[in-house]
Write a protein that binds this ligand. Structure first.
Ligand code: NDP
Length: 248
């Protein structure tokens, strides 16, 4: 198992759910964390907790991954040693609405495409060259079962996650011959704020999503990310699909 002691790990979407769980498990293993998201106060609370619990060394970035200029300036102005990112976890993502395509909201579409596809591309574009230069690195993209299974109203979200899967595979090909690894982790249903965001804050509708089955927890997904990141450097787990036992 690879040691994560003092490894620098950038996690996007660290302010809740899967990203926050990844922060916890990597902090516990002695990694240094760059936590990025738009809700800065959430990041501060998390950093405070992880600092107390694990004496974690943490750098915070208030970052909207959709804003390419901001991504570039934030990542290119990282002070030493934070600029030497060893592991990138592209986790920031969301779904908006569950509408038929012919009735869809342009704003919802743009938000999903800008966050799930373009945001992931921007961050990757500014991080991976440094990994190649330093001769080590690992990119972990959080995709979704939605890349494999389309469901009613899931059209654009499913398309965005199918893109994450293809981009992960494409990046892996582009990095052949370098030591940089690429993994796409595709979870099924996970109980997080995701459904609340999807339904624009309608908590009652969000809760119904989890009725009748036991969803994954964000820690279940973080465990898998951690497992992939700690394999020996000649092992690349390129794809993982993990679903609740109850989910078809
Ligand atoms: P959460 O809503 O709990 O977390 C989403 C995270 O993404 C938040 O930290 C949010 O932070 C961040 N985020 C959203 N938009 C942006 C942005 N423009 N810039 C920076 N950060 C952003 O949901 P999950 O933890 O469930 O979602 C994490 C990932 O897992 C997503 O990619 C999602 O698609 C994927 N996934 C989730 C599943 C589920 O059932 N929950 C199933 C399969 C995949 P902030 O708002 O502070 O910016």
């Amino acid at each position: 198992m690879l040691s994560l002691q003092n490894q620098i790990v950038l996690i996007t979407g660290a302010s809740s759910g899967i990203g926050a769980s990844c922060a916890k498990i990597f902090a516990q293993a002695g990694a240094k964390l760059i936590l990025a998201a738009r809700r800065f106060e959430r990041l501060e609370e998390l950093a405070d907790r992880l600092g107390k619990e694990f004496s974690a060394s943490i750098h915070l970035l208030q970052l909207d991954v959709c804003d390419r200029t901001q991504v570039e300036s934030s990542l290119q102005s990282l002070p030493e040693p934070w600029s030497n990112i060893d592991i990138l976890i592209n986790n920031a993502g969301l779904s908006r609405g569950l509408n038929k395509l012919q009735e869809g909201s342009f704003q919802d579409w743009e938000e999903m495409i800008d966050t799930n596809i373009k945001g992931l591309l921007y961050v990757t574009r500014y991080v991976v060259p440094g990994m190649i230069d330093r001769g080590k690195g690992h990119v972990v993209n959080i995709g979704s079962i939605a890349a494999y299974q389309t469901y009613p109203g899931g059209n654009v979200y499913c398309g965005s996650k199918a893109a994450v899967r293809a981009i992960s595979e494409g990046l892996k090909q582009d990095l052949l011959g370098t030591p940089v690894r690429v993994t796409c982790v595709d979870p099924g249903l996970v109980e997080t704020e995701f459904s609340e965001v999807r339904f624009h804050g309608d908590t009652e509708r969000a809760k119904k999503v989890y009725q009748g089955l036991t969803p994954l927890t964000p820690d279940d997904v973080a465990d898998v990310v951690f497992f992939c990141a700690t394999r020996p450097s000649h092992v690349n787990i390129s794809q993982v699909l993990l679903v609740p036992t109850d989910q078809a």
